[in-house]
Design a protein around this ligand. Structure first.
Ligand code: MG
Length: 256
């Protein structure tokens, strides 16, 4: 069942979204060679708790961190570790969320560590563009397939692979609600988008094959061919006036 939120509930979700976005930005500002993903995780938890939030990921299904930290060929769900130390030329997807007043925010961004290759630079640019196209499609009158199609068209035009096994999701009082939000699809197909739906739109785009491999720790997912992957995510409300980005500190609540 898709749980639609009232305008007042969407207003309430903005606080979880604001904190999630602030934490992501501040943690992202600490990305540099020599930093471990555990240090970034500890910073995220401190920042979330400092404003009375609860890390949405910590303990979720047994996940140990407040962020997912996924480096280079790692697609999603990397467990933060003192042993994973960022190096010049890496890219890192940081995915984090906060719970405030029982509402969940969820967002991700992929950062460059120092100077990255032209291929990685292009992957980041294209994947961010995929995300904004998906956000822009989250409006009444469209269907879920329009979001997936918008993402897929941009990724495949760039000859990148669109991850199939992991998708976006509805979000509200739970981090994962219905519906699933695939990053692929056909126009004018799937569930009709209606005001009050809140969706986490999160393209996961690979430089090479779309195929993935799940690692034995039960969390980490990597690309099958070892080439890099990028991941960007916003929590977005579908409203009468179009998409409203909730994971946003100020300004930029609109997709363009
Ligand atoms: Mg998500």
């Amino acid at each position: 069942m898709i749980i639609r939120k009232s305008p007042a509930e969407i207003e309430a979700m903005k606080e979880a979204g604001r904190l999630s976005a602030k934490v992501l930005r501040e943690v992202g500002a600490h990305v540099r060679p020599g930093v471990s993903t555990l240090e970034l995780d500890e910073l995220a938890e401190k920042l979330i708790r400092a404003e009375g939030g609860v890390p949405a990921f910590k303990g979720y299904g047994g996940f140990p961190g407040s962020i997912c930290a996924s480096v280079n060929e790692q697609i999603v769900h990397g467990i933060p570790s003192a042993d994973v130390v960022l190096r010049d030329g890496d890219i890192i997807s940081i995915d984090t969320g906060a719970i405030v007043e029982g509402w969940v925010g969820d967002n991700a961004w992929t950062y460059a560590v120092g100077k990255i290759s032209p291929e990685k630079r292009r992957l980041l640019e294209v994947t961010e563009r995929c995300m904004w196209a998906g956000v822009d499609a989250a409006r009444p009158g469209n269907r879920l397939g329009d979001i997936g199609h918008a993402v897929q068209a941009i990724a495949e035009e760039a000859s990148f692979g669109v991850v199939r096994e992991y998708v976006g999701h509805g979000i509200g009082r739970a981090m994962h609600e219905e519906p699933n939000v695939p990053n692929y699809g056909r126009k004018h197909t799937g569930v009709r988008l209606e005001p009050g739906m809140v969706l986490a739109i999160e393209p996961m785009i690979n430089a090479g094959t779309y195929k993935t491999r799940a690692m034995p720790d039960g969390w980490l997912v990597v690309t099958r061919d070892g080439r890099p992957s990028a991941h960007f995510e916003k929590t977005v409300a579908v409203t009468e006036d179009g998409p409203v980005v909730l994971t946003c500190e100020e300004g930029r609540r609109r997709p363009v």
